[in-house]
Design a protein. Sequence first.
Length: 331
Amino acid sequence: MTPRNSGRFSGAGVASALPIRVGVSRCLLGEEVRFDGGHKRDRFLTDVLGRHVEWVPVCPEVEAGFGTPREAMRLLGDAEHPKLITMTSKRDMTTPLAVYSKRKLEMLEQTELSGYIFKKDSPSCGIERVKLFNTQGMPSRTGMGIFARAFKERFPLVPIEDEGRLCDPVLRDNFIERMFCYHRWQLLVRGPLTRGSIVAFHTAHKYLLMAHSREGYRSLGRLVAQAHCYAPKQLAALYGRLFMATLAVKATRRKHVDVLQHLIGHLKQQLTPKEREELNSVLRDYHQGLVPLIVPVTLIKHHVTMHEVEYIQNQAYLNPHPKELMLRNYV
């Protein structure tokens, strides 16, 4: 499925020539590959997000040769090393899926995925709280899908989520923000990579990082301050891991207020008393939950553009993902 505007959005002043490729469970795109021959089409993915990304559809169970329709399966045994067992005939399908997963992940290495959206609760694709049965047939919500686990181990930095959690506006915003940030990071490390380009990348993501974790931002700051101690590729490897770990910390309303106050501080010399009061009033409304994040951000962007405050104009915080997704209208 080829999206409109594939790879066009960049953010933080980084030109994008690489499509934003996202792995996805095929059933979520409406393909009839479920065990019962059905699908689980997700309209947000197909009708909204699909305009901005290039999908890489995957169905481990079909592609491993299990067929459609097929006997339902479940996870059995140890949470770290479960077996995949058919529910009626009790056939062990663990090895065929593991062999397929190894081969498929080698292929996915070449696609440079910026994210992956898995089918929740699936014994092959669920990323958390998948039913795991003990030998007495008693379930617990401690399992993880076999293919999803292999993917996470192979690509630890790639943002992953399941479609169920994307119904939560905060989690949706966080995942898609991480996905676009990781895409910008992929563009950066494609080169030419220098210590200076990594420092510039860090500077452009300052307030976005602060909205997630002050501690993470400070740790990244200490790392780039010692950039001269590392070769560019070594610095990039260290920075990339910590960058994605920091963004994985959930941003909160309180953290956003703190960041917005900092941004307003950069405008204090340009604003009239009336404009400052208007901004502070909108910020109070956001803090109290009366308006969504998009309201104070839009007003700040207006003043930043009017007064040409270049440092703030280049901040990824103001444009972390395409505005057409309207994610900040709900957080």
